[in-house]
Ligand binder design. Structure first.
Ligand SMILES: [Zn+2]
Length: 500
């Protein structure tokens, strides 16, 4: 995910608005089982299939879903694909040669599975990282003749300093109000550091995306706000959860000034020294913005046997940041979507509706891939039965966040029952699209689902050099593939398409 900043902010709000659908389902179950005397306690009532459940998911379909689950939980196709994407191809930033190689590779692999593959052309930003160094050249208590190294990385879209760097006083603010209070006189000519903390307690409590949403606003909009007050450069405290002195890159709105992320440790250091007196920094960031490049969404159809015009999308994004190799963000999402189709082919199961695998391009630096798809396919959205994206890592899946009517979500109860055996039965309602690349479809009324993993450690590695294959546990990736494949096939085969 991650990821295109604003949309992620929206995603974080999911947690404000979310309700536990299981509670709704329980109420529905009670309604369908009129209470005897005395009223039965919910925990004393075995689940019973309603008439709608049986009609939508006849016994043969339930058997097929169970077979898919069992097969996916024992299959290493997704892991094998992820190891190729991350280790053989490597980082896949938009516009890069590796992104192009990844498009060709995924397209070829999906053809190999027997899918009908199209490449959808899209113009993407092409920004290339350069030198990135910084040191404090003046600070309280400085030993004569020394400087202090600051660990940082450029934010996507950052402009360049001169090759010899820019040297300026640093001003530290904790939020936008403090910046505003300083005003132009105290900001002009300075390097601004936004020192907004990532709330680790929320992350530890399973609310990592809310913590991310709160802090990432400064990465997204901070440099522009600093630039408007005359700052010569802007830095943000890295938006992340671990203390390994790792800088986290990410999208930032073009601000016309150099913009970077310092590690949490270095943000603390600068804040502490600034509280004691004047701090001056030499900052060198020399990224380049090259002309937009041509790239592609990979779109691969496993044609429906009864309703080929009706489409269920399973997806992840193929581009990644450049520091790591894009294993958890979001190679994992792409490969579990690939496996959703692959496992059906392996089991010779034919979806009634078309299962469409999409490997999105350019989620991280602007979302041009999903915007292209929305333009090209808007007329077909009435026939897009549902769309799933996985873009929050590869850890154990808990289930799905869904944006659809309560009635539509209730119809998924038999699928929840199947996913429960490996802990992926959550179906949680959200008022926001549960994936950046499926947001426009969601706005157009398509029921959308986001595969939701245990996110407690996701932001330790997200957008850092440590987003690498070793962070993916093969058994957990298999669980993700099983959840995606079961839900994808269920949506493609249930008797009626999900209501809107
Ligand atoms: Zn992502």
């Amino acid at each position: 995910m991650t990821n295109f900043a604003l949309r992620h902010i929206l995603l974080s709000s999911i947690f404000h608005a979310a309700i536990l659908l299981s509670a709704v389902l329980l109420t529905a179950a009670q309604a369908q089982n009129p209470p005897a005397q005395p009223a039965p306690r919910p925990f004393a009532t075995p689940p019973t299939a309603s008439a709608a459940d049986v009609a939508n998911f006849p016994p043969q379909l339930l058997d097929e879903l169970s077979s898919i689950k069992t097969a996916a939980l024992a299959d290493d196709y997704a892991y094998h694909q992820l190891s190729h994407l991350t280790e053989n191809i490597g980082p896949r930033p938009s516009g890069s040669l590796q992104a192009k190689a990844a498009v060709d590779y995924v397209a070829a692999e999906l053809r190999q599975l027997g899918l009908d593959v199209q490449l959808e052309e899209v113009k993407v930003p092409h920004w290339v990282r350069g030198a990135e160094t910084a040191e404090l050249t003046e600070f309280p208590g400085q030993a004569a003749g020394t400087t202090q190294k600051i660990v940082l990385t450029a934010l996507g879209g950052s402009t360049s300093t001169p090759a010899e760097g820019v040297t300026a006083d640093v001003v530290v603010v904790n939020n936008f109000d403090e910046l505003k209070a300083l005003g132009h006189d105290k900001v002009a000519g300075k390097i601004v550091l936004f020192n907004e903390l990532f709330d680790k307690r929320k992350a530890a409590a399973g609310m990592a995306f809310m913590a991310y949403g709160e802090a990432v606003r400064y990465r997204g909009a901070g440099p522009r706000a600093a630039s408007e007050l005359g700052a010569v450069a802007a830095l943000v405290r890295s938006v992340g959860n671990a203390d390994f002195r790792l800088p986290h890159t990410g999208f930032s709105y073009p601000a016309g000034i150099p913009a970077g992320a310092v590690t949490a440790e270095d943000a603390d250091l600068i804040a502490h020294l600034s509280a004691q007196g004047k701090v001056r920094m030499r900052l060198t960031l020399t990224p380049q913005k090259l002309p937009d490049a041509t790239s592609y969404n990979v779109i691969a159809d496993l044609k429906g046997s009864e309703h080929p015009e009706q489409i269920v999308v399973v997806s992840g994004h193929l581009d990644s940041w450049d520091l790591g190799t894009g294993a958890i963000d979001d190679g994992a999402g792409v490969v579990v979507a690939m496996e959703a189709a692959g496992i059906l082919q392996k089991l010779h199961l034919h979806p009634k509706r078309t299962l469409r695998v999409i490997a999105w391009m350019d989620e991280e630096t602007g979302g041009s891939g999903s915007q292209r798809y929305s333009k090209d396919h808007a007329a077909e959205f009435a026939n897009h039965v549902a769309a799933i994206e996985s873009d929050s890592g590869a850890a154990h899946p808990l289930g799905f966040e869904v944006k659809m009517t309560t009635h539509a979500a209730e119809l998924l109860r038999p699928v929840q029952e199947i996913l429960q055996s490996f802990g992926a039965s959550v179906v949680e309602a959200s008022s926001f699209a549960p994936g950046a690349d499926i947001a426009e479809m969601s706005e157009a009324g398509v029921p959308t689902l986001g595969l939701r993993q245990d996110g407690r450690t996701y932001f330790n590695y997200h957008h850092t050099a440590a987003d690498t294959l070793d962070k993916v546990v093969p058994a957990e990736l298999r669980e993700n593939a099983a959840a995606m494949a079961v839900m994808g096939y269920a949506l493609a085969c249930m008797k009626d398409p999900l209501p809107r």
